[in-house]
Design a protein around this ligand. Structure first.
Ligand SMILES: Nc1ncnc2c1ncn2[C@@H]1O[C@H](COP(=O)(O)OP(=O)(O)O)[C@@H](O)[C@H]1O
Ligand SMILES: Cc1ncsc1CCOP(=O)(O)O
Ligand SMILES: [Mg+2]
Length: 328
């Protein structure tokens, strides 16, 4: 379907097409326990208003905070290591996004990642524009030994991080490389890299993170990290199983911060759920909210407003009832 949105001036601006794309895998059954865990995470965020702290870029920081609040959480943005680590002691989870870099970020983020590992704090990394620039490469490379709990990025960023961390055992996965903050690679091209990164995160989970038990009694399962690869069909994996999440709206590519704020909301869910459920719940909430927002808007400005409202309005049952495909 490619709706052409009539512009008030009478001009028309073709909207990006959200094509129904066949995805691989078998449909997760309506009564699968995973769906109940996803619904419980969405409800817990709305009931508990968890704090997820963000060290994030200056371009989309406001949308990150507003999306976290619309999903039911609270926000705090910090940059100085002692401030970040003091706040981490009271936050349910944390978020680091390397979109815009300043000279002090290299030392600060090394201290922060080491502090999260030492304190056993869960955190999400969005490796924005991974592969671009010596400073960003040094920052992301240094995280290899003190990695996050979840990585959320587009396909090019995931491929670049896998290569940067040397996880492919020398096999250089074919990658087109990022075009700034946008992806030039297909989501499925990043599946093997995402699974390798998820297994690396699992092997480095601090005991305090791995041992978390949640209100619904879930955990500590064999705790695993998770990787979310965003795009036309999102892909989420814990390194053992891969889930594909069709749907959403291509209008998300016309607002800046869709991916950054998805990382922030993933951290909000990580405060109350295990990494896999947190990554699934956030990605599914975004897809359902984007569909609602596309139907209620006529351009990127009204889309972003409608999207925030839809993050607020989409119910736990709607998120849990989403199309989810599971592959080995
Ligand atoms: N072509 C598309 N169709 C539907 N949803 C999309 C499309 N591209 C991106 N999205 C959605 O937009 C959000 C941000 O993803 P993406 O644009 O890949 O991140 P980034 O902005 O970090 O590159 C995700 O929720 C993703 O599902
Ligand atoms: C445009 C831009 N430049 C540096 S960070 C940023 C925002 C990227 O946001 P997203 O990855 O969500 O599109
Ligand atoms: Mg991004």
């Amino acid at each position: 379907m490619s709706a052409v949105s009539p512009h008030p001036s009478g001009a028309s601006h073709p909207r990006p097409q959200t094509d129904p794309i066949p995805a691989v895998g078998e449909a997760v059954a309506a009564d699968d326990p995973l769906r109940a865990r996803i619904a419980a995470a969405v409800r817990r965020v709305r009931e508990q208003t968890p704090l997820a702290q963000s060290f994030t870029n200056f371009v989309t920081m406001n949308l990150v905070a507003n999306a976290q609040l619309a999903a039911g959480g609270t926000a705090a943005m910090s940059f100085i290591p002692d401030d970040v680590l003091a706040t981490a002691a009271m936050a349910g989870a944390n978020y680091v996004n390397v979109g815009t870099l300043m000279p002090f970020h290299r030392e600060a983020l090394a201290d922060i990642a080491a502090g999260f590992a030492r304190q056993g704090r869960p955190w999400v990394l969005d490796p924005v524009a991974a592969g671009i620039g010596r400073t960003r490469t040094a920052i992301l490379t240094a995280m290899r030994e003190v990695p996050p709990t979840i990585v959320r990025g587009n396909a090019s960023e995931i491929l670049a991080l896998d290569a940067m961390w040397g996880l492919s055992g020398g096999e250089a996965p074919a990658a087109n490389g990022p075009a700034g903050v946008e992806s030039m690679d297909e989501v499925d091209a990043a599946e093997a890299a995402a699974r390798r990164i998820a297994r690396h995160l699992s092997a480095h989970l601090p005991q305090k993170v791995a041992g978390r038990v949640f209100d619904d009694g879930t955990g500590p399962s064999p705790a695993r990290g998770a990787v979310a690869v965003s795009g036309p069909i999102d892909l989420v994996t814990d390194g053992e199983t891969t889930y594909r999440l069709p749907g959403g709206s291509a209008m998300m590519t016309k607002i800046t911060g869709a991916g950054c704020s998805l990382g922030g909301v993933t951290a909000t869910y990580l405060a109350v759920a295990d990494p896999l459920v947190a990554a699934l719940a956030a990605s599914l909430l975004y897809d359902r909210a984007a569909e609602t927002a596309e139907a209620a808007s006529h351009g990127p400005g009204s889309f972003q407003v409608a999207f925030l409202d839809a993050l607020w309005d989409t119910t736990a049952d709607q998120v849990a009832a989403s199309p989810i495909l599971r592959a080995g």
